[in-house]
Design a protein around this ligand. Structure first.
Ligand code: B16
Ligand code: MG
Length: 219
């Protein structure tokens, strides 16, 4: 019998691709404030919190706390405008199939995201009711690469990290999951998620059987 009893999915970049919305929102703020911000810069923001994203965008420039709060508020307002265009069709390929397969195999499933917007995004995708538990940037204090959000979700699922597979697209997310002893599947390029136990280009064609077989061989 397999030891894997649950899956935890990151949200942005795993269940849906919101990085373009994050890019456009930070870009609008950067343009308004005369800061430089490129698509390459945006790639460095995958999986890290809103505040840490702003710190990277500022590239060492210091600002008073009320200005930091104003920048984060405005960026989030722009992001919410973009979210209005999101529909259930914005689920990435293979996501719905893997969720159905996991539930049919009696696995418990959760979301572990750094985003404080995880709930509105999952509502747009019509996925909220599918998950046993949703952990996000509001659930814990320390964001990825701290393991807190994944441990919070694992606690809610009542499953030990060694019996859970985490699906992540960000270096910070793989680091967070590995520190706490989760099994990891990295989605995307080896340059970014190369530290994961297993790498896949996307969730398309990924089945519970394939995942369980992989981690059975690992054991
Ligand atoms: P918000 P994930 C992360 O979500 C994004 O990858 C990252 O780019 C973003 O800065 C972070 O959420 C915070 O998002 O501003 O919505 O709170 O990949 O951990 O699901
Ligand atoms: Mg992500």
């Amino acid at each position: 019998m397999t030891a894997i009893q649950g899956f935890i999915f990151d949200l942005d970049g795993v269940l849906t691709e919101t990085s373009e919305f994050h890019y456009l929102s930070w870009r609008q703020l950067a343009d308004e404030e005369g800061l430089s911000f490129t698509r390459e810069d945006n790639e460095q923001l995958r999986g890290i919190s809103r505040r840490e994203s702003l710190m990277k965008l500022l590239k060492g420039k210091t600002l008073p706390e009320d200005t930091i709060q104003d920048y984060m508020y405005r960026k989030n307002a722009y992001y919410h405008q973009h979210l209005q265009t999101m529909t259930p069709d914005d689920c990435l390929p293979g996501v719905r199939e893997l969720i159905d397969d996991a539930l049919a195999n009696n696995l418990k499933i959760g979301v572990g995201s750094a985003s404080r917007n995880a709930l509105p995004v999952l509502e747009k995708l019509e996925l909220v009711d599918r998950f046993n538990i949703i952990g996000d940037g509001n659930s814990v204090k320390n964001s990825k690469p701290a393991p807190d959000v994944f441990l919070w979700v694992a606690g809610g699922l009542r499953i030990a990290p060694k019996n859970i597979v985490v699906f992540e697209d960000a270096e910070a997310g793989i680091e967070a999951a590995k520190i706490a002893g989760f099994n990891t599947i990295g989605i995307g390029s080896p340059d970014i998620v190369g530290e994961a136990d297993k790498l896949v280009p996307s969730l398309q064609g990924i089945t519970v059987d394939k995942v369980l077989q992989f981690f059975a061989q690992q054991a």
